[in-house]
Design a protein around this ligand. Structure first.
Ligand code: TXA
Ligand code: MG
Length: 538
């Protein structure tokens, strides 16, 4: 296919080019258009055949929905089935501009656009060229970023030409993108507004209009294998250059000393402008440390430059995640596949009851680790007034609550462990909240440079082993465990037998763990911990 280049940089003398783009779009063709965020690959949002050409040109997975771009606020009423006042307040404050709002969709939106979801993402760009082309087309335009799927988004017409020449009918040249990262995506289709993708409109700005806005966990963390994405785009490794990016946590001094120690001479640095002079590697810069807008403008271009230079391994500075910095971190971490070069270790400890997990955990704490204890987290999520406790009371009876509103553990235990179905019910209510809290607490610790030790009986069953650098099966002879338990829990011998028999055997844990420790006496235990720490350090 021949790709026309339409110059719309000087809009006042580009009437012909704009009209040509509009005509191609009306005829069901795909046209790349500039926007203030990144370039988009546009087609008539009401025409499934035209929209399917976008997916073909990008090689985009069909289950990833598109944003619909409008030029007039009234068009929102043609697309969304219901428009809460919150949406209008957002539109009033941030449109035209880099904000995408997700709302329940009208039936006229083809499945190809919404990828089968019941919602539609809408945005009104502020780029004058984008606005002119949408008006010329006379219809809302579905448009993802104009890159080959998985590549960094294009912030200059040169990038679009690299990726799309021969694949689309036309490319409109509108100069370099003002912001350089894609729009902020917020959904109003959830009970509490949720930030799905950070951009130049910040969470704090959204909260000024909406009150509380939740940040989706996928913004800064990889999705767990069993998690579904609130925004399908989040499950793909996005923005990825061909080079392997490794983010180095910490300030510029620790960055330099880290790369001096570990980098090879042929590696590259991705750092801030002011770091370039003292940098021991050839470097590409992305803005200045204290100006996140300069970083958003440069990041995608910098990633493409690294590929052009043939970089294989790239050591990147870690941006400050405040304000617009959240968008920079989100794109950089995804480009890096969430690979952090100097991430502190997370050690997961598991094993059968009574083998002394807490003693072992405390030894790691003495070596500077912070403990995250599943039992303690379970108590927190069922604390007085918590949503989990409320659900438990609705499910198991109001008398599981104490007069002061707290949880009466023995009464709940009697009900919940009465039969397997009740236990299953209990787990379904409590486990997701416990998991989420363990994950986020661990992420906070490691982001702050602190090693963590997780004491989690269901480490493998919950999938939490996937966030661990190493896993330790803590075990002891049955006699030792029997002797330890009554002192701790005040259980009878029969109850202990029952508990032990209900648990996995040693082989289950040993076959899944990085290390197995015989926890019989303190001297051996200390030696085993030192050995593990040495190996992790390596
Ligand atoms: O700045 C931007 O938003 C650019 C320019 C061209 O407007 N567009 C853009 O589109 O970044 P794209 O397709 O690369 O990213 C759209 C993101 C994807 O992560 C997609 O999964 C999500 O928005 N999305 C679209 N519709 C959605 C929906 N109904 N529910 C949840 N997520 C949705
Ligand atoms: Mg994209």
């Amino acid at each position: 296919m021949k790709t026309e280049i339409l110059d719309i940089r000087e809009l006042d003398c580009a009437a012909g080019a704009v009209e040509r783009a509009g005509a191609l779009l009306r005829a069901g063709e795909v046209v790349a258009i500039p926007t203030e965020t990144v370039y988009g690959l546009a087609a008539n949002a009401f025409d499934s055949t035209a929209v399917s050409k976008i997916f073909a040109a990008k090689g985009r997975p069909m289950d990833n929905p598109l944003i619909v771009h409008i030029a007039y606020i009234q068009e929102l009423f043609d697309l969304a089935a219901c428009i809460p006042t919150a949406a209008l307040r957002l539109a009033e404050r941030f449109w035209p501009g880099p904000l995408t709002i997700i709302l329940p969709k009208k039936d006229c939106i083809p499945d190809a656009v919404s990828a089968g979801l019941s919602t539609v993402a809408v945005r009104m760009p502020s780029h004058r060229g984008a606005n002119a082309v949408i008006r010329a087309a006379g219809v809302p335009l579905a448009a993802p970023s104009a890159n080959i799927s998985g590549f960094p988004s294009p912030t200059d017409v040169r990038h679009v030409q690299d990726d799309m020449t021969g694949r689309v009918a036309a490319i409109c040249d509108g100069g370099s993108s003002e912001f350089g990262v894609e729009s902020t995506v917020v959904t109003l289709a959830t009970p509490i507004p949720r930030l799905l993708r950070p951009g130049s409109v910040t969470r704090e700005q959204l909260e000024e209009v909406l009150g509380t806005v939740e940040v989706d966990a996928a913004v800064l963390h990889p999705l767990a294998e069993n998690q579904t994405a609130s925004s399908p785009g989040m499950k793909y490794r996005h923005y990825a250059p061909k080079a392997e990016i490794r983010v180095v946590r910490g300030d510029v001094q620790s960055y330099f000393s880290f790369i001096k120690k570990y980098a090879q001479p042929e590696d590259f640095a991705l750092c801030f402008e002011e770091d370039a002079e003292g940098c021991p590697l050839p470097c590409i810069t992305f803005g200045t440390a204290d100006d996140p807008f300069s970083q958003t403008r440069r990041l995608f271009d910098a990633l493409r430059e690294l590929d052009e230079q043939g970089a294989k391994i790239v050591w990147a500075r870690d941006p400050n995640p405040q304000g617009v910095g959240l968008a920079v971190c989100n794109r950089l971490y995804r480009a890096a596949g969430f690979r952090f070069a100097n991430e502190p270790p997370v050690v997961g400890i598991t094993g059968a009851t009574g083998a002394g997990k807490s003693t072992l955990t405390q030894l790691f704490v003495q070596h500077g680790f912070t403990a995250v204890d599943a039992d303690a987290v379970a108590r927190e999520v069922t604390a007085e007034g918590s949503p989990v406790l409320q659900t438990l009371a609705e499910t198991f009876g109001a008398d599981i609550l104490l007069p002061d509103g707290g949880l009466n553990r023995p009464v709940l235990a009697a009900r919940a462990f009465a039969n397997p179905e009740s236990t299953e019910k209990l787990n379904r209510i409590t486990h997701p909240a416990i998991l989420e809290r363990i994950r986020s607490r661990t992420a906070e610790l490691t982001a702050a440079g602190k090693p963590a030790v997780l004491d989690v009986p269901l480490l493998f069953e919950s999938g939490l082993d996937s966030i661990c650098t190493a896993t330790v099966h803590n075990t002891a002879a049955k006699a030792t465990r029997m002797a330890r338990l009554p002192a701790r829990d005040g259980l009878t011998d029969v109850q202990i037998e029952q508990r032990m028999n209900a648990q996995h055997d040693d082989a289950y844990f040993t076959s899944r763990s990085t290390y197995t420790i015989q926890n019989e006496n303190n001297t051996d235990l200390q030696a085993a911990v030192s050995q593990i720490l040495q190996q992790i350090e390596k």
